[in-house]
Design a protein around this ligand. Structure first.
Ligand code: FCB
Length: 452
């Protein structure tokens, strides 16, 4: 560790505190930054979800977002300017295939072509995600993730993207955060399509993994390399010492964390989750595990927080609730619990990936808008990064093959149902003028990456 003080405006580490091939990066996603109204992009279910009153804060949507569609050269300069090695971006299915299938939007493919070349020209490694939630509305009309055909639609879309960009991508993951795609969006109803239906949920929970597997197969067939799985995890702790709270936390962990890892690495789903979802699963789902378990080359961990879990007393599956925890929280009301990141790095390595490279593909926090006098101070974010980087270092010392750490996010952006108020960026965005101002955390990272 660098001898510098753990000042609140400095990253405590330099490159030499990490292995030579370790990658530092930032992440963003298409719908959250590009502006879905530009460039012949098709309507996605996020456009229609946001157009429905009550679904998003202040009715905000991603139609303009950060106007990254036009301002991408400046944004890539901000990635390379900080000395970062990789940029984890996503490709909008609706921009590439406005109807979801069939004829590509040439303008959309050209955009990603320029974007990828723009990264390579700046020495940035492109880490692509093929689906970060912008499902074409015509496919939502056909049932979206509830429809088994989505696996084939997604494999076809994968091929379109792979043929055009596959030769230049450093790493590719089919789907960002299957839990959000399935549970958050079909059981909790917080994200598009905003359903609250257990049959829809069970189908989405399975089809999202089937689509993942088919997409990996399609990319392998094209000769693409370095293909991964990106899942989000929440550390589930029982709210008290009771057996009931422990069982509730175990079930939460099963739904949120183990379902996807078990499917991909063990060809099975956790029995305690199947106890509730079983009656609603698509018939013959067990026959899909060979496809779901198509080997991947790396695993990406998205990690933000932990949850305290207790039974909710209803007896109706999953019969659990979140209880407010005592730790300091971010603007999302998420407890800051860096030890959870270490827990998941260990779990993924020991119980599942067994030697595969692991990346932290998202980690970061929302903090209040503090732009003043052309400067944006975010000491809380710098401290957050320091505390999580400490866990990454610890995991590496334990021999876990952590190959990179990617901050969410490059820019303040559209935080889905919560709109533009939750600012995760290393770079401040003024949503009136769309002007970008690097925050203190951006400068701190730049300093750390240049040193050592
Ligand atoms: C993750 C999402 C990302 C962003 C962060 C805060 O779940 O992948 O788009 O919303 O949370």
């Amino acid at each position: 560790m660098a001898e510098r003080q753990a000042a609140r405006d400095v990253i405590d580490y330099t490159r030499s505190d990490f292995p030579p091939d370790f990658q530092f990066g930032v992440a963003a996603s298409s719908y959250q930054i590009e502006g879905s109204r530009f460039g012949g992009c098709g309507t996605s279910h996020w456009d229609t979800f946001a157009a429905t009153p009550g679904n998003t804060a202040r009715g905000e949507d991603g139609s303009v977002a950060c106007d990254h569609y036009h301002r991408w050269p400046r944004d890539l300069d901000l990635v390379s300017g900080a000395g970062l090695d990789c940029y984890r971006f996503s490709i909008s299915w609706a921009r590439v295939l406005p109807e979801g299938t069939g004829k590509p939007n040439a303008e959309g493919l050209d955009f990603y072509d320029r974007l990828v070349d723009g990264m390579l020209e700046r020495g940035i490694k492109p880490f692509a995600t093929l689906y970060h939630w912008d499902l074409p509305a015509p496919l939502a009309d056909l049932g979206g993730w509830r429809n088994r055909d989505i696996a084939s639609w997604f494999a076809d879309y994968t091929e379109v993207v792979g043929r055009r960009l596959g030769d230049r991508l450093a790493a590719t993951a089919p789907i960002n955060e299957p839990w959000c795609v399935a549970w958050l969006s079909h059981f909790m109803g917080h994200h598009a399509p905003g359903l609250r239906d257990i049959r829809a949920t069970a189908r989405a929970m399975h089809h999202v993994l089937l689509a993942h597997g088919r997409s990996i197969e399609a990319m392998r067939a094209l000769g693409m390399r370095n293909l991964g799985l990106v899942t989000n995890f929440e550390y589930a702790a029982p709210a008290d010492d009771s057996t009931e709270a422990k069982a509730a936390a175990h079930l939460y962990d099963g739904i949120y964390n183990r379902w996807f890892l078990d499917g991909v690495f063990k060809k099975a789903y956790p029995s305690e989750v199947l106890a509730g979802l079983g009656p609603h699963m698509p018939e013959g789902y067990e026959d899909d595990f060979d496809v779901i378990a198509t080997p991947v080359d790396w695993v990406g961990i998205n990690y933000y927080t932990r949850k305290l879990i207790a039974p909710d007393g209803t007896g109706q599956f999953p019969a659990l609730k979140e209880v407010e925890g005592p730790l300091p929280k971010t603007l999302m009301d998420w407890e800051i619990y860096p030890e959870g990141l270490a827990f998941f790095m260990r779990r993924v390595h020991q119980d599942y990936a067994k030697g595969l490279p692991i990346y932290v593909t998202e980690n970061g926090m929302a903090s209040p808008d503090r732009l003043a006098g052309g400067k944006a101070d975010d000491p809380d974010r710098i401290e957050f990064l320091n505390r999580h980087l400490a866990q990454v270092r610890r995991a590496i010392e334990e021999g876990i093959p952590i190959k990179g750490y990617i901050v969410w996010s490059l820019l303040d952006n559209y935080e889905w149902a919560l709109g533009y108020e939750k600012r995760f960026g290393l770079v401040h965005v003024d949503f009136e003028t769309l002007e970008r101002t690097p925050k203190a955390s951006w400068h701190a990272l730049k300093g750390a990456l240049a040193a050592g």
